[in-house]
Structure formats: C-alpha cells, structure tokens
Design a protein around this ligand. Sequence first.
Ligand code: HEC
Length: 129
Amino acid sequence: MTMHIAKAAFLIAALSPSAVRAAPDTRHMAALQEEGRAVFKENCASCHGPGIGNPGLAHKPGTAALQAKYAGAVPALLEQRTDMAPEMIAYFVRNGISVMPMFRKTEVSDAQLRALEAYLTRNSKPPRR
Ligand code: HEC
C-alpha cells in the first residue's frame, strides 16, 4: 500500500509542468556550456589560460593582468571565477580592454558569446543585493 502511494506521488511530481520543463533545460544548459568551453579554448585561453606566458613571464597576459588587478581577491583564471555576470563578460568581449582585443561578431558570434557566458558563469553565485 505505501508502495502505491509512493509511486503515485512520484508520478504526480514527475508529470507536473515544472518537472517536464526542467529536464530539457538542464540538457540545453550543459550543451551550451560545453560549446562555451570550446569557444574559450579557441579565443581566450591563449591569454586567460593557466601555465607560463612568453619567455620570462610567469603567466599568460590575461591571467597576469588579472592577478595584478585583484591581487588574489578573486582567482586570476577566468575559468575559476564565481563572481562574473553574463553582461560583464559580453562587455569585455565586445569592447576589449588594454591588450585584450575586442571580438567582432564575425569572430565570436552572438550565439557563441551566449555560450561563452553560460560557460564562464556556470559556477557564479546569484548577485548580492
Ligand atoms: C591578447 C590577450 C587576451 C585575449 C585573447 C583575451 N583577453 Fe580578456 N583580458 C586580457 C587582459 C590583459 C585583461 C585585463 C586587462 C586589465 O584590466 O588590465 C583581460 C580582461 C578580461 C576580462 C575582465 C575581467 C575583470 O575582472 O576585470 C574579461 C571578462 C575577459 N578578459 C574575458 C575574455 C574572453 C571571454 C576572451 C575570449 C573571447 C578574452 N578575454 C580574450 C587579455 C586577453
């Protein structure tokens, strides 16, 4: 008897609209983040990746600049940050800063930028109010 109730409760939960919507969204998000990881590797990792920079430099230029800027308050590696918002990433990608070039839509499309945002904010906490 308890088994039947448990099964019924499971079915009701599984068939509720929120459960039906949640599954595809999660799959979509995972695919988007995976695409974003590839976009990052292709366009950003040369400056924002781990490992040493040009001969004589301890870090790649983006990682080195962010290490100097934040002095360890946030990770120097963009892929480890938990404080970035999609709008902020889009701003820097489309405008550039210092030695970071701006990326045109023919280089990183809007769709690729959305994927990049999904990847780089995958561990972000909701903004503080
Ligand atoms: C030629 C090297 C270079 C490339 C390529 C590059 N960046 Fe940067 N990026 C930098 C540097 C250097 C800074 C820091 C500039 C400063 O504030 O002094 C930076 C800063 C940023 C910031 C601001 C972070 C902060 O907290 O201030 C973001 C976001 C960013 N880059 C994202 C990207 C993304 C995404 C890509 C790939 C589409 C990319 N960058 C490609 C060099 C690069």
